[in-house]
Design a binder for this molecule. Structure first.
Ligand code: 5GP
Length: 214
């Protein structure tokens, strides 16, 4: 049994972090991929929980060492997904959750295509996104402007995703996200067909094969 991947992308301020956090409390067998970034730590963020915060030189070294499954330059900073923990957790049959941008999604698709389910999350309109970014109080005016512009260019790639969630109401959006996440754990692509059939037909093998039994 291989695991599967749930990619969640969308503008900063669309509610991704809170929704993912709540969704993970409701779904078993998940692993959140903690990205590495060169951006400054925000107030309240915790090293090794929200991100691994490193300098640009170290980030470049990690790229050279092939440590990243994918990396991207977003909002003037670098962000990357570490390869090793992902492979380990997929092998353990986990639903691996990525909070990555549209560039990262494209690369992940190229590498893991058929085991990925992807969701693009956004606000009902640009004004609401702006209000949320201002209310969050973590970014300068210039950064907010940059993030809003980036949001527009990300929106033009919505069609690359399986699902789009427009976060008008937190609870309803959460319900939808939980449904998508649960479904993503049952992709046929996550099953090793030969092993599956062999175990299914041979009673003595059943216990050694980790079925995602409902
Ligand atoms: P923030 O600075 O608001 O935490 O994240 C900015 C953007 O970077 C978000 O769109 C987020 O999804 C994206 N991001 C975070 N980690 C990664 C990563 O490892 N790879 C890529 N490609 N994007 C990431």
């Amino acid at each position: 049994m291989k695991g599967s991947i749930l990619v969640i992308s969308g503008p900063s301020g669309s509610g991704k972090s809170s929704l993912m956090h709540e969704m993970m409390k409701r779904i078993d067998n998940t692993y959140f991929s903690i990205s590495t970034t060169t951006r400054e730590k925000r107030a309240g963020e915790v090293e090794g929980k929200d991100y691994f915060f490193i300098g640009k030189e170290q980030f470049k070294q990690d790229i050279e060492n092939g440590n990243f499954l994918e990396w991207a330059h977003v909002h003037n900073n670098y962000y990357g997904t570490s390869l090793k923990p992902i492979l380990r957790e997929l092998k353990n049959g986990k639903l691996v959750i990525f909070d990555i941008d549209v560039q990262g999604h494209k690369i992940a698709q190229e590498k893991f295509g058929n085991i990925i389910t992807s969701v693009f999350l956004t606000t009902p309109n640009q004004e609401i996104l702006k209000e949320r970014l201002i209310q969050r109080g973590t970014d300068t005016k210039e950064t907010i402007e940059r993030r809003l512009n980036n949001a527009i260019s990300e929106m033009t790639r919505i069609k690359e995703y399986d699902y789009v969630l427009i976060n008008g109401d937190f609870q309803k959006t959460l319900e939808a996200l939980v449904c998508i996440a649960r479904t993503s754990q049952y992709k046929v692509a996550s099953i090793n067909e030969e092993e599956f059939i062999c175990s299914w037909t041979n009673e003595s093998n059943v216990s050694s094969f980790n079925f995602n039994t409902i």
